[in-house]
Write a protein that binds this ligand. Structure first.
Ligand code: IMP
Length: 210
C-alpha cells in the first residue's frame, strides 16, 4: 500500500514512515506539480482536511496531512492555527525558517511577561487527516501534548516553540528531549499513531481525539 504525506518536511515524512512500518509513505517531492494549499481554515482539522483532499485529488493516492500549533491558556488558545506566522504575515520569504521560529517565540514570551507561573498553561495540538482519492473515507484524528510556557528559552533540539514549552511531568523543555522522547508524548506522535490504526482498520468518516 502507498500513501502520500502532504508535506515537503523530511522530518515529518521520516516520523510517519517509522510509525506506519510496512506502508510506503511518499512525500510531496515525488509530485513536483502538486498544488500549494494555503492554510485558510480557522481550525486545525479544517486545514488538515483541506490539504489532504487537494493532494488525494491531485495524486490519486490516499493522502495524509497534518496541521499543528500551540494553544496558550492566557491568550485564549492563541496563537493556535496562526502559530507558524504569529510574528509576521503568511507568505513572507522567511516563513517557516528558524529566524521566524525565534521571532514567534520571542513575541509570545513578551506577551506573557506579566502572566504568573500558575497561569502559563498551554498545549500543542496536531490534527492529522486521511482522505482516500475515490471520494470515500475521510478521517481526522487529533493528538495533544499539555504543558506550560517558561520564561526563557532552553535547549537546542526540536523546532518552533519547543525551547519555551515544558511538557507535563517533565522538568526539561521539549527542545531538551531526545527526538524519540518527544515522539513518544508529542501531539504529532499521538495523532500519527491514531491514524495508523485507522489506516489498518478503515472506519467511517469522523473525528477522534487522543
Ligand atoms: P505546521 O503544522 O507544520 O504548519 O506547524 C505549525 C507551527 O506550530 C510550527 O511552525 C510551529 O511554530 C508550531 N509547532 C507545531 N508543532 C510544534 C512542535 O512540536 N514544537 C514546536 N512548535 C510546534
Amino acid at each position: 500500500m502507498k500513501i502520500v504525506l502532504a508535506t515537503r518536511n523530511q522530518g515529518k515524512i521520516e516520523e510517519l514512515r517509522r510509525i506506519l512500518g510496512g506502508i510506503d509513505v511518499l512525500g510531496l517531492e515525488a509530485f513536483p506539480d502538486a498544488p500549494e494549499v494555503p492554510e485558510t481554515e480557522l481550525t486545525f482539522e479544517g486545514n488538515a482536511l483541506l490539504k489532504a483532499r487537494a493532494i488525494a485529488a491531485h495524486t490519486g493516492l490516499p493522502a495524509v496531512s497534518d496541521d499543528s500549533g500551540l494553544c496558550v491558556d492566557a491568550l485564549n488558545g492563541m496563537p493556535g492555527v496562526l502559530s507558524a506566522r504569529w510574528s509576521g504575515r503568511f507568505g513572507t520569504p522567511d516563513f517557516g525558517a528558524p529566524d521566524r521560529d525565534r521571532a514567534n517565540l520571542e513575541l509570545l514570551l513578551d506577551q506573557l511577561a506579566d502572566v504568573a507561573a500558575a497561569d502559563r498553561g498551554a498545549h500543542f495540538v496536531c490534527a492529522a487527516a486521511l482522505v482516500r482519492p475515490d471520494g470515500g473515507e475521510q478521517v481526522v484524528v487529533e493528538g495533544r501534548m499539555d504543558g506550560r510556557i517558561i520564561e526563557a528559552p532552553r535547549g537546542d533540539g526540536g523546532f518552533g516553540y519547543d525551547p519555551i514549552f515544558v511538557p507535563d511531568g517533565e522538568t526539561r523543555t521539549s527542545a531538551e528531549l531526545t527526538a524519540a522522547e518527544k515522539d513518544a508524548i508529542s501531539h504529532r506522535g499521538k495523532a500519527f499513531r491514531a491514524l495508523a490504526v485507522s489506516l489498518a482498520r478503515p472506519t467511517e468518516a469522523g473525528v477522534s481525539r487522543t
